[in-house]
Design a protein around this ligand. Structure first.
Ligand code: UT7
Length: 332
């Protein structure tokens, strides 16, 4: 059974924002035991951007959303709601949505943060689309943003090389036809032990002991996450095509979460995707968690790889475990 919205809702504009400072694999090899060849061949990553100390998620999210608004010719005070997908909010509270609302002067919007790690943008996208489809909201902003450099242990080569910082934003509105055609989301909490941050939440609040034990950083069992990610991203992407009778030839672009090029290639193979139809930005920006898909969409639009009416599949897998996929016809 497909999950069809009550009326067509589409992405009518996109935006993005990255920190300026680029760190190449060779830069990282200066201060940790790694090398360019390992990182490129195992992950597809060549470089990433990391913020300067003191920059928070809202500092990237606000300009990304402003870019999307400008492209749509829309004022911030026209927005009804702002949903921010992130696991690295400026603070636990107020939410990053409150900070972005204030920075942009989105005076009529309310908003909230949504936590689903690498699947966060897709969860937020379909949540925002449901608000518009219900008819209670007209213009909803969805932003995926993460400052992963704030939660990686730069002495741990198994995680530090994988992540970058960035923000991508989209505007959702009712469209005459097309837009989001179907979606599916899953969680499997039994995978929580393979990708998590041990301390800093209510179960294990920050203390001198948690800081000394470096428990405020990402912990990942790479192989366990890899195996599940390969299987689920491939399956759920294929599900979007099969249950909507879309043939691989009709798929203009596949935009997967950018965690590892090998995981993305496996999903593309399962889709029987023609050469050049997968969007890749992991090489330049690494894994920016909630920001990978909206930034990839923005870049695809910029590069002329997406046009109105094109069929697109988005899919993601991440901590939780969480995973999901969206089938849509491009609307801008
Ligand atoms: O976005 C959220 C979801 N996350 C993911 O989807 C990530 C899924 N996992 C992965 O992408 C991969 O498992 C990694 C990229 C994290 C690791 O790749 P791998 O091929 O699974 O490598 P591995 O963990 O099996 O490590 C192989 C070797 C080890 O050395 P030994 O034990 O064979 O001597 C590691 O110590 O590579 C070593 N290694 C490194 N060497 C150089 C691990 N990290 C590095 C490094 N540089 N940065």
């Amino acid at each position: 059974m497909t999950r069809r919205l009550a009326r067509p809702v589409g992405i009518t504009a996109t935006g993005q924002h990255y920190p300026e400072r680029v760190y190449t694999n060779d830069d990282l090899a200066q201060f940790m035991d790694t090398n360019d060849e390992w990182i490129r061949t195992r992950t597809g990553i060549s470089q990433r951007r990391w913020v300067e100390p003191g920059q928070g998620a809202s500092d990237l999210a606000a300009p990304a959303l402003q870019m999307a608004l400008d492209r749509r010719g829309m004022k911030a005070d026209e927005l009804d709601a702002i949903i921010i997908a992130t696991v690295t909010p400026d603070t636990f509270f107020p939410s990053t949505a409150c900070r972005v609302q204030e920075k942009l002067g989105a005076t009529k919007a309310y908003g909230f943060d949504l936590s689903a790690a690498c699947s966060g943008f897709l969860y937020a996208l379909t949540t925002g689309a449901a608000l518009v489809a219900s008819g209670t909201h007209q213009k909803v902003a969805v932003v995926g943003v993460d400052i992963m450099s704030s939660i990686i242990n730069k002495e741990d080569r198994t995680t530090a090389v994988l992540f970058g910082d960035g923000a991508g934003a989209v505007i959702l509105e009712a469209v005459p036809e097309g837009g989001i055609l179907d979606f599916e989301h899953f969680i499997d909490g039994s995978g929580g032990c393979h990708l998590f941050m041990p301390a800093g939440g209510s179960a294990r609040p920050a203390s001198a002991e948690t800081v000394a034990a470096k428990e405020h950083f990402v912990v990942q069992h790479g192989q366990d996450v890899f195996k599940k990610a390969v299987r689920e991203m491939a399956e759920i992407s294929r599900l979007m095509l099969d249950r909507n009778q879309v043939s691989p030839d009709d798929l203009k672009l596949f935009v997967p979460h950018q965690a590892n090029l090998r995981i993305m290639d496996a999903a593309a193979k399962r889709l029987e995707l023609a050469e050049g139809r997968m969007m890749v930005n992991i090489n330049e920006f690494a894994n920016t968690t909630a920001a990978t898909i909206p930034t990839a969409l923005h870049q695809a639009q910029e590069q002329g790889r997406l046009g109105k009416g094109d069929t697109v599949v988005l899919s993601a897998f991440g901590a939780g475990f969480t995973w999901g996929a969206v089938l849509l016809k491009w609307s801008c």
